[in-house]
Design a protein around this ligand. Structure first.
Ligand code: PEP
Length: 249
């Protein structure tokens, strides 16, 4: 049985002071032993959020990192820095990073390899645009993203990673994929992992759905056989995140 993993993606929201307040508000609401709970926060919030989350079940993750150890990369944050801070999860290749910061499948692959080298679990994002869905190329597109993201990743490493399937048209739009659409793609991702590696790796890897997840749709989405939790944007900044994490209670 795969343990569910529900992660909040705060995006570019919350000052350090607000971050501490939000962790304190959510702390008592996200207590679910059956779920790994992660708050992926802006880099400047990582340390204060960790302090605020001490002694709870909340893991603090990062929203991005660079693929070099250190050096002349002004403004970037390195895997070494995240590791030293005790960060265990990092979102890689979110569609907003691909759209606004020129991330590609190749940079995603480099970041995935680096995160794994540093013992940090990458939450690897993939997803199609509305045009791609309408053209009927969703599965082909996602398979390509997955195959490149996992280049040179070993089966043992792949088993520890998390994939977030996030249709771009569903992110921040209030439009959720139907349960059938989400399950179809998550199952196709698992099959693709099975082809790259083997059945055991496909069974072990955790696949999240992301895209306008809320307290009303979480339980049905997370009940699907290939959906192992969610990556949640907007709703992760509200007390409603507690209802999403406790979807089974
Ligand atoms: C996200 O930021 O990854 C996301 C899925 O956002 P939202 O839940 O707001 O659609």
């Amino acid at each position: 049985m795969r343990k569910k993993i529900i992660a909040g993606n705060w995006k570019m929201n919350m000052t350090p002071t607000e971050a501490v307040n939000l962790v304190n508000t959510l702390k008592p609401l996200v207590n679910n032993e059956e779920v790994d709970v992660v708050f992926c926060v802006p880099a400047i919030d990582i340390i204060p959020a960790m302090e605020a989350a001490k002694g709870t079940n909340i893991h603090i993750g990062a929203e991005n990192m660079y693929f070099e150890e250190s050096g002349a990369y002004t403004g970037e944050i390195s895997p070494k820095m995240l590791e030293d801070a005790g960060v265990k999860y990092v979102v890689i290749g979110h569609s907003e990073r691909r759209e606004y910061f020129a991330e590609t499948d190749e940079t995603v692959n480099k970041k995935v390899l680096k995160a794994l080298e540093h013992g940090i679990t990458p939450i690897i994002c993939c997803g199609e645009s509305l045009t791609q869905r309408e053209q009927g190329i969703t599965i082909d597109w996602i398979r390509q993203q997955i195959k490149i993201a996992f280049l040179n990743v070993t089966a043992d490493q792949a088993k520890t990673t998390v994939i977030a399937y996030e249709p771009i048209w569903a992110i921040g739009t209030g439009k959720t994929a139907t349960t059938e659409q989400a399950e179809e793609v998550c199952a196709a991702i698992r099959a693709c992992i099975g082809e790259i590696y083997d059945e055991a790796t496909a069974e072990a890897i955790r696949i999240q759905y992301g895209g306008s997840v809320n307290a009303g749709n979480a339980a049905e989405l997370f009940a699907q056989p290939d959906i192992d939790g969610g990556l949640v944007g907007g709703a992760s900044l509200k007390p409603d995140f507690g209802k999403i994490v406790c979807y089974n209670q």
